[in-house]
Structure formats: C-alpha cells, structure tokens
Design a protein. Structure first.
Length: 191
C-alpha cells in the first residue's frame, strides 16, 4: 500500500462501520502472534462495538479523528478527551500496518494535542507486549510512568502507562538542579 496523500478529518456517524473494520483489522494483525484468538475477539467486540464508537463520534467532549487516503478509505483513527486536570486521555490511535512509516500516527497525535490547546500533558495506555507502539510513543517524547491492568469481561490485559508534557507554558518547566547550566544560571559565575 502506497500513501500519496491523505487528509485528517473529524469522524462522523457515517464513518463508524469503516472505523470498526479498521480497528478490528489492526488489532488482529498486531496481536495475532501475541494474544489468543479468544482474547482478540473479546477485546475487539467490546472495545470496538459500533454503538460505543457511534456515541464517541458524536460526544462533544471527545476529539475523534479519521485519516482518509486518496481513495477516501479510512486508514487511521485517533480519539481522546481532556479531563478536569487538563490532561488529554488518548483512548486510541490506530494506523493501517502498511502505512506505519508515513508519519500518520505522529500527525494524528499532533492533531489531538492541537485540539486540546490548554492541556498540560497527554496520557495513554499501551499493551506491554506491543513493543512497536511503545517504541513509537517513546520516539515521540512519551515516557513510561507505570503499569496498569485492564479487565474486559474475563480478559486481563497488562498495559504500560505513558505520558508526555505538552504544555508550552515555560514558567512551568522544572529546572534540573544537577544540570551544570542550571547551576551556573542560579549561582552566577561563582560556580
């Protein structure tokens, strides 16, 4: 699959069936050698339920974007919300596996962060054995801050919690007191 051009748009209710199809395909492709067929079927049927997706698409508190290729096919999806602490909670970010090297995931993250302009950080969870996604987020500036367990009916999923500071407010930057430049700035030339 070659990606010549694409456009990011807000998802609409008419996109739900195609969104679900992409999500199920990506999840199955990504985890078929890691998770059991039962786990994949359970997670995709619960998390990618058409009613759930439709409610998220129309929810004004959720930013839900799709990426369409030059044939108008949906090849990427991301959605998130902002909590009361100005933290963006990234619910999902999926790109067709054949298009992972085209920067689409980064563009979707940029769009989510731009949508929630007042946010201070972005938080997400990723399956701990999804090494490619963890590497993608680390490359994008996220750091692993912990682990969690998600339970979907009788399925237990172990995840890494990752976050990235997105606030551009320079006053909130924390100075590293062990950094030589910081010490010189604080103490002057007496250092």
């Amino acid at each position: 699959m070659v990606m010549n051009s694409y456009v990011i748009k807000k998802a609409s209710p008419s996109d739900v069936i195609e969104i679900k199809k992409l999500l199920v395909y990506v999840w199955t492709f990504t985890f078929q050698s890691i998770l059991s067929p039962y786990t994949i079927k359970k997670v995709t049927s619960v998390c990618f339920d058409e009613g759930l997706l439709a409610s998220q698409v129309i929810d004004k508190t959720i930013a839900f974007f799709v990426v369409r290729d030059e044939t108008d096919k949906i090849v990427g999806v991301a959605n998130a919300r902002e909590d009361e602490n100005k933290v963006i909670i990234l619910n999902r970010l999926y790109v067709h596996p054949a298009l992972h090297e085209y920067g689409i995931g980064k563009k979707l993250l940029d769009e989510i962060i731009k949508y929630f302009q007042g946010a201070e950080k972005i938080l997400l969870e990723v399956l701990e054995n999804n090494v490619d996604s963890i590497e993608f987020y680390l490359k994008y500036g996220f750091r692993i801050t912990g682990t969690n367990i998600n339970i979907i009916d009788d399925v237990i999923l172990h995840v890494k919690v990752m976050e990235k500071i997105v606030s551009s407010n320079k006053e909130k930057r924390v100075l590293d007191p062990t950094n030589e430049c910081t010490i010189k700035r604080l103490l002057g030339n007496k250092y």
